[in-house]
Design a protein around this ligand. Structure first.
Ligand SMILES: [Zn+2]
Ligand SMILES: [Zn+2]
Length: 172
């Protein structure tokens, strides 16, 4: 959805629609959409600046990085962005090279679809977890711990080690 800057009305352009993305567009692998991304936003113009303010919702399925089970990841995020014409960016680049917070548009147009996709990708966690205290899988049999005790003897939980610890504690 490409928006021509010149066609943005004075009162701003209200957008409320679904955006269909493919899983391969996402930064996170093994991700599936349970519902399309939906964005409600207002695109407005203030001189050369383009302001995009709104909200993004979606329901995705992620794979937990600990237990490798799929889980639902709801997205509900607000954004408030400012875009400047690229010519300005090129000038600025010479002045302050590490200003990463600034975004720019080219050719008098803005691709809202790209922006929504970027915002969506920004909501993803570095390491997806089905829950903060996910105990992962058993290192011996590979069973998901959450689904019950498999009865395996896992290293580190060796009863002999417990005794040794007690022994050390008594000695001190
Ligand atoms: Zn998990
Ligand atoms: Zn096990």
């Amino acid at each position: 959805m490409v928006i021509n800057i010149d066609k943005i009305p004075k009162e701003g352009l209200s957008v409320s629609r679904d955006f269909e993305f493919l899983s391969v567009d996402l930064v996170e692998e093994d991700t599936a959409f349970l519902s399309p991304a939906h964005a409600e936003c207002v695109v407005s113009k203030a001189g050369d600046e383009i302001w995009i303010k709104g909200r993004l919702t979606a329901r995705l399925s992620f794979i937990c990085s600990r237990c490798l089970s799929p889980f639902e990841f709801p997205v509900d995020s607000s954004f408030d962005l400012v875009y400047l014409p690229e010519e300005l960016g090129l000038m600025k680049e010479e002045l302050e090279k590490d200003d990463l917070g600034q975004a720019f548009y080219q050719d008098n147009q803005i691709d809202l679809r790209e922006i929504i996709l970027e915002q969506l990708n920004l909501t993803f966690p570095m390491k997806p977890l089905c829950s903060e205290d996910c105990e992962g899988i058993c290192a011996v049999c590979g069973k998901v711990r959450r689904n019950g005790d498999c009865g395996c003897q896992v290293k580190g939980e060796d009863p002999r080690l417990g005794k040794l610890k007690n022994f050390v504690r008594e000695k001190n």
